[in-house]
Design a protein. Structure first.
Length: 196
């Protein structure tokens, strides 16, 4: 074991990958409160650096193979929860979250940047619009048949099938929103509002 550091050296001026700028003669306790605001930088320029730094840690062949193997099963379980959640444990929200977790698993294994390039933003918007469109069509389509909004008894299909259609719409909405939020948080964001 090589001895690169000795006990007499000062501790590294880095916390969780973020460098700490210390003025000459300052003690770590004095600096601690001064750097609290600089510990979590925001913006894409910081997150890209963080993703490049952590890619080697999470990009092992074992993790990539496991994620490739598990992803179809996770998506199938999410579809099962969505379609059979009306009369069994599960439902659209749970199914949507499980399906979104499959994409999160891929993103953690292959890197968020690679996953973002693979999964186009138009696909996320399409998933969100598909869910909103189906839900809106079912909700206001009842008016065409002489019923009230979301009155499922007036449709020519059975109520059970109409409920499953609504569940699919909600699952698509939830999946799109969660994947979008995950990418938004992973790539960083800047506050558009004024500080209060």
């Amino acid at each position: 074991m090589s001895d690169d550091t000795s006990d007499t050296e000062e501790p590294a001026d880095e916390i969780h990958g973020y460098s700490i700028e210390r003025a000459a003669g300052e003690e770590p306790e004095e600096v601690e409160s001064a750097i609290a605001g600089r510990m979590a930088p925001i913006g894409p320029e910081h997150s890209i650096t963080d993703l490049k730094r952590t890619t080697d840690v999470i990009g092992s062949p074992v993790i990539r193979t496991a994620s490739r193997t598990l992803t179809p099963f996770v998506v199938a379980f999410g579809i099962y929860l969505t379609l059979f959640g009306t009369d069994r444990p599960g439902g659209a929200f749970q199914g949507g979250v499980v399906m979104a977790s499959a994409i999160v698993l891929i993103a953690i294994s292959f890197g968020f940047r690679n996953t973002q390039e693979w999964l186009d933003a138009r696909a996320l918007a399409g998933m969100f619009l598909l869910g909103a469109g189906i839900f809106g069509a079912v909700a206001f389509g009842a008016l065409v048949y002489g019923g009230a909004v979301l009155e499922l008894f007036v449709f020519p299909l059975s109520v059970e099938n109409m409920v499953k259609l609504v569940e699919v719409a909600i699952a698509a909405l939830v999946t799109g929103v969660i994947i979008g939020l995950m990418f938004w948080i992973a790539t960083g964001f800047q506050s558009g509002g004024e500080d209060a």
